[in-house]
Design a binder for this molecule. Structure first.
Ligand code: NAG
Ligand code: NAG
Ligand code: NAG
Ligand code: NAG
Ligand code: NAG
Ligand code: NAG
Ligand code: NAG
Length: 504
């Protein structure tokens, strides 16, 4: 269904955005313990990760921390690891176990924050012209150089998501937040230009905010060294270098080391309750890599993680279906060996030509039968299954979704290897479809029903869902922007209380 996966990216031109949000006035009052948690622990970890390092030095601060950096960690008056908060009355306190399978995961992705995507924050890419070929986080950092990349990316981390957003996310009725991470949070090699380590500090800051509002966090590795899918959101667009090519095995081994470091950190009692799920690797493009090799790597990474946490400890692990169809995983996750593992899938309608051209009424109800059935089958025959990403897009018109100059499936102008397509429908046009201010009542109602039918269907047939994504810069891609939908009324005011249900 989603076999072409997401291919989002951008070249852009003109303009830039400055967002200053006053949110860190209270930072001065912070206890040293917090700074220890957020700075020294990762430093120790990062130092410890280096195989040659004889003894970690807890006093060294990461070089990436500039003098004027003012961490806006949430003030926690008594105990910075206080897990007594709950997100809402339907959700157990963080200190209690979350009953996966009984209470659905109701989650939101923080896309485009600690892993940058042109599709979500075009302004970072708008400073260049197409000829600069700045197309992903790799080329962005390389073009800017270490000093300027650090400045711009720190500014982005600092402003794009703040404590206010976590307060809002709790208010919206969510119980989980999925946070995509780049491998550069832990480690960069040789000539990789990514800003190292800094995103780890912001991740911990975010987890502390989540803790304050009773939200559980799924930390998720969105990029592998070498790239696991060749898409812009893997950090680097182009060839797949994970389990493929000359350095394929080396990159795969490195990815396991990075995962081990992350999991070992979150295995500690201070973090365990607020990070109950770990996404091992986002969207490996298994249709381009040998299935057996990826499955072998899934097993190896699983065993390495459980070697650290024990079979019954540590976070739940999610493994992505790799676009080969959920039923390809039937029998793979043998319950004796794979304890506490979820199969993750991403449900996008607009990458499938056949569904894109259905009438709206049928699109809105599609999740109720098509997706519901394959999820139910997967729950029965593969593993507890989770929808890690979905949106309300019904076409691929979104700005830079496929990449500038690449066209769209919707208008039948997308350039890709797979030959000429039939015109999808006589009236399919991308013109003004993203102009949300002019969407009429009927279209808004369609979006509302499409959104809630998905939610209802996922809850009836899987262990839960995460919308992709919380926000896009200046609502540039409105079908992907939950915050906009929440403000405008096509996302539920309270995710625990929806209006449109599938019926039976
Ligand atoms: C923990 O947080 C709760 C609110 O979530 C608060 O009522 C309680 O006083 C806090 N306990 C400590 C020891 O800080
Ligand atoms: C796999 O690696 C080879 C060698 O580096 C490369 O030519 C090929 O394009 C890669 N495959 C994909 C799908 O990126
Ligand atoms: C990757 O790790 C395995 C052990 O799990 C080892 O046998 C293999 O030689 C390593 N490959 C590379 C290229 O480092
Ligand atoms: C588990 O840990 C032991 C001891 O540290 C090590 O020898 C073994 O190779 C590890 N197994 C995996 C799958 O990482
Ligand atoms: C991880 O946590 C479990 C308890 O949940 C514990 O048994 C195990 O020793 C921990 N692993 C490490 C490396 O600390
Ligand atoms: C659910 O939402 C409806 C309006 O859509 C409202 O009337 C009702 O009070 C809400 N129920 C709860 C439990 O919040
Ligand atoms: C800016 C841009 O479009 N970058 C790349 C993102 O990915 C697409 C394909 O998925 C490439 O063609 C683009 O060049």
């Amino acid at each position: 269904m989603q076999e072409f996966g997401r291919q989002r990216s951008a070249i852009a031109a003109g303009g830039s955005s400055t967002r200053w949000i006053q949110h860190n006035k209270k930072w001065v009052a912070l206890a040293l313990t917090l700074i220890t948690a957020a700075t020294v622990i990762p430093t120790v970890l990062l130092v410890a990760l280096r195989p040659s390092s004889p003894s970690p030095s807890p006093s060294s601060k990461p070089a990436s921390q500039p003098k004027d950096h003012q961490p806006g960690f949430p003030p926690s008056p008594q105990d910075e690891f206080n897990n007594s908060a709950r997100a809402n009355p339907y959700t157990p306190r963080l200190s209690e176990p979350f009953p996966y399978g009984d209470i659905p995961i109701r989650g939101i992705n923080l896309g485009g924050w600690l892993v940058i995507e042109p599709f979500i924050t075009p302004s970072l890419f708008d400073q260049f012209s197409a000829s600069d070929k700045v197309i992903d986080e790799y080329s962005l950092c390389k073009k800017l150089g270490p000093k300027e990349a650090l400045r711009q990316i720190r500014d982005h981390y600092e402003t794009f998501i703040t404590e206010e957003d976590f307060a809002k996310i709790a208010l919206m009725g969510f119980n989980h937040v999925r946070i995509p991470m780049g491998h550069w949070a832990i480690q960069v090699v040789e000539d990789e230009p990514y800003v190292p380590h800094l995103s780890w500090e912001y991740l911990l800051r975010a987890i502390q905010w989540a803790r304050k509002y009773g939200l559980r966090v799924m930390v998720e590795l969105h990029t592998a060294p070498g790239s696991q899918n060749g898409w812009n959101h893997s950090g680097r667009y182009g060839q797949i270098g994970f389990l493929n090519g000359t350095h394929g095995d080396e990159n795969a081994n490195r990815t396991i080391k990075i995962i081990e470091t992350m999991v070992e950190f979150f295995n500690k009692s201070e973090w365990r309750d607020v990070v109950p799920i770990f996404g091992v690797l986002n969207e490996p493009a298994i249709f381009h890599i040998e299935t057996k090799r990826v499955q072998g790597w899934y097993q190896k990474s699983h065993d390495a993680i459980r070697n650290i946490t024990g079979d019954n400890g540590g976070p739940y692990l999610t493994y992505h279906d790799g676009f080969i169809g959920l039923d390809s995983w039937n029998g793979f996750f043998d319950q004796k060996h794979y304890k506490r593992v979820f199969l993750e899938t991403h449900m996008y309608l607009m990458f499938d030509d056949n569904i894109v051209s259905l009438p709206r009424e049928e699109q809105a109800r599609f999740p109720c039968h098509g997706w519901r059935k394959i999820l139910k089958d997967s729950m029965k025959s593969a593993a507890p299954t989770m929808v890690g990403e979905f949106s309300v897009a019904t076409n691929d018109c979104g700005k830079y979704l496929n990449g500038v100059g690449l066209g769209t499936r919707y208008e039948k102008t997308l350039h890709r290897e797979s030959s000429v397509k039939q015109l999808l429908c006589p009236t399919c046009t991308c013109e003004r479809v993203e102009d949300w201010k002019n969407w009429d009542k009927n279209y808004r109602q369609f979006l509302h029903s499409f959104m809630e039918h998905q939610i209802n269907s996922f809850e009836a047939s899987s262990i839960g869902w995460f919308f992709w994504t919380y926000k896009t810069e200046n609502h540039i891609n409105p079908h992907w922007d939950y915050l906009l939908g929440w403000e405008q009324g096509w996302a539920p005011k309270d995710a625990n209380n929806i209006t449109y249900k599938c019926g039976n």
